[in-house]
Design a protein around this ligand. Sequence first.
Ligand code: FES
Length: 132
Amino acid sequence: MNEGEDWVYSEKVKDHFLHPRNFLMGDESKFKYDAVGLVGNPICGDQMKMFIKVKDDKIQDLRWKTYGCASAIASTSALSEIAKGKTLDEALKISAHDIDDFLGNLPKHKFHCSILGHDALKNAIENYRKST
Ligand code: FES
């Protein structure tokens, strides 16, 4: 981390970290999903699992769980709101920068955390397409 770099989280990041949307609490079998994605972050080793329910080629609903940090939790919470209702192709186009913009910017050295949920969603969509 560079000297003078901002350590402050935006209000939106704090809100999504403290009140994560679409977080899968407890037993995975309670959420009826069509496909799951699982990825690890090569930078820190944290993991993310993403569960998607698909109808008419759209993400009807989704849930996620992670061992990731506060930034990963806030980012994936934001991603889950952005992705819901999108077609699979639209969801694949959501970038880590879209998530960062939605949250009002993560600290630069935490940007890599936003990639975790993004990659898990991509993996879930790939697995869904392989299974249908
Ligand atoms: S430090 Fe691992 S996801 Fe943020």
